[in-house]
Design a protein around this ligand. Structure first.
Ligand code: GLU
Length: 490
């Protein structure tokens, strides 16, 4: 245990900064550490993906830690949602709240005993002290600092209380938080995997809370000691945590715990350059999932948000892990682009196997459809579908009553003439829903060719002049349906 000593106060600066492991080999451990306070946001999903890929690329381990020490904001239902969303995204973890191992438990709310031990160690070293300042007092001090143009930081009010003063305050029943005593005159340096060398002055950092008044461990503390005690070697997380890192390094140093390599990933912005929010449309994994987006589409878009890669096609997880390189993480904010996601989605949809496509589109198929009709339909419309909602009108056209003609359709039908439809309907009656036979009959009867031949058929059979390839679509229709639809115009 290195602990705090007087050399810190005397302006000692760690010569080489905080050396962290940089080796990316089978011993690498990464983690995703969500706070279950809501749905999994796209930004967090990308953080999870990057950590997952880093571990898989190294042949190391990826663990899931739930940061639920804030009991008021953490909910069991949110935890279930986060686990479900991560599973859906295909980011399987090697250890987590549902896969405990010797380094667990993986829920911070169950790690109180461990935090207590580390806190005691800090207390023994005089590295922490109780703070009795009320939220109101802290707020007033903060305003005063801001008002006089100083950066807000804890003024140190309770730093030098005597033992007697502390006892008195406790005797009065005043609640106390525990603050970390930030050493003065230190330069805290580390090399960020994304932003490169970083340097902070400890004098810019106020003493910060590591245990709340209710006794629970606060973020800086639980997050840092958990990374160390879970053997985490690499931490990729949001840029909003960059300024937290020097505090966490101080905690780890005081406890003599190992330091991970940190990489702070740029924010995700909307197309207008503002942080991605509800104003930009769907921002949670759940919303995309509910609309029928494919996990591989979302993964491929997130993979390229703030991470440059020479790999252009739709990548599976293995190829993505091989192509993932923290050195290719950009410092500039990344822009979420719903259109680009749609391109990935289209690609992903068109790569589905027949069985996968059938399962994917099941929610928009009419109930009670036979396996063969469902498979024929899905096969016919898949090339024209990006989302399941695109298949819905086609399910109505194919399996519902004969559809009304789109505008201008009647004119095309009228011009084709009764003779055309008599021949077509007769061929349909004989051949079943067989387009080549129907078209051949209409052609023989009228001499029409190309679009002239097919357009009246398409309109009579589907009501529309555009759509999926007609022959497979007809095969999906109930028997006798092609005849019934064509006979309407004979
Ligand atoms: N629970 C923190 C968050 O969701 C984790 C931060 C980190 O990854 O270190 O922001």
């Amino acid at each position: 245990m290195t602990g705090m000593d007087s050399s810190a106060a005397a302006g000692f600066a760690a010569p080489a900064g905080f050396a962290a492991p940089t080796g990316l080999d089978g011993s690498a451990v990464t983690r995703f550490a969500p706070s279950p306070t809501g749905e999994l946001h796209l930004g967090n999903a990308r953080t999870a993906l990057f950590n997952y890929l880093l571990a898989r690329r190294a042949g190391g381990r990826f663990v899931l830690r739930i940061e639920d020490t804030d009991a008021q904001r953490s909910q069991e239902s949110h935890l279930a949602t986060v686990l479900e969303d991560l599973r859906w995204l295909g980011l399987d973890w090697d250890a987590g709240p549902d896969r405990e191992d010797a380094r667990g438990p993986y829920r911070q709310s169950q790690r109180g005993a461990l935090y207590a031990r580390f806190l005691e160690a800090l207390e023994r070293h005089g590295a922490v002290y109780p703070c009795f300042c009320t939220p109101l007092e802290l707020e007033a001090a903060r305003r005063a600092q801001l008002g006089s143009g100083r950066p807000p930081r804890y003024a140190g009010t309770c730093r030098a209380l005597s033992e007697q003063q502390r006892r008195d305050k406790r005797a009065q029943g005043l609640p106390a938080t525990t603050r970390f005593r930030v050493p003065s005159g230190r330069r805290i340096e580390f090399v960020d995997l994304v932003h490169g060398p970083q340097s902070f002055l400890s004098d810019d950092i106020g003493d910060f809370v590591i245990r709340r008044a209710d006794g629970t461990a606060a973020f800086f503390f639980s997050n840092a000691v958990d990374d160390a005690s879970m053997g985490v070697t690499h931490v990729l997380r949001g840029e909003d945590h960059l300024a937290n890192t020097p505090r966490q390094l101080l905690i780890l140093e005081a406890l003599g715990l190992p330091v991970p390599s940190y990489g702070h990933v740029s924010l995700i912005l909307g197309p207008d350059g503002q942080p991605l929010s509800k104003r930009h449309g769907a921002t949670s994994v759940r919303e995309y999932r509910d609309r029928g987006y494919r996990p591989e589409a979302l993964r491929n878009h997130l993979f390229r948000l703030g991470h440059s890669s020479g790999e252009h096609g739709l990548l599976d997880r293995g190829s993505m892990a091989r192509a993932f390189d923290p050195a290719h993480l950009g410092r500039a904010p990344a822009h979420f682009d719903a259109q680009q996601l749609r391109v990935w989605q289209k690609d992903a949809a068109h790569h589905l196997s027949p069985g996968e496509a059938r399962a994917w589109l099941a929610p928009v198929l009419p109930p009670g459809l036979s396996e063969s009709a469902a498979s024929a339909f899905v096969g016919a419309i898949l090339p024209n579908v990006v989302l399941p909602e695109d298949a819905e009108p086609w399910a109505a056209i194919v399996f519902g009553p004969p559809p009304a003609l789109e505008t201008d359709g009647e004119e095309v039908i009228r011009k084709a003439g009764e003779h055309y439809f008599e021949a077509a309907a007769q061929a349909a009656a004989q051949s079943g829903n067989d387009l080549p036979a129907i078209a051949a009959a209409a052609r023989a009867a009228t001499g029409r060719k190309g679009a002239e031949l097919y357009m009246p058929l398409r309109l009579a059979l589907t009501g529309r002049s555009h759509g999926p390839e007609l022959a497979p679509l007809l095969k999906a229709m109930p028997a006798g349906e092609a005849h019934a639809r064509l006979a309407r115009f004979a």
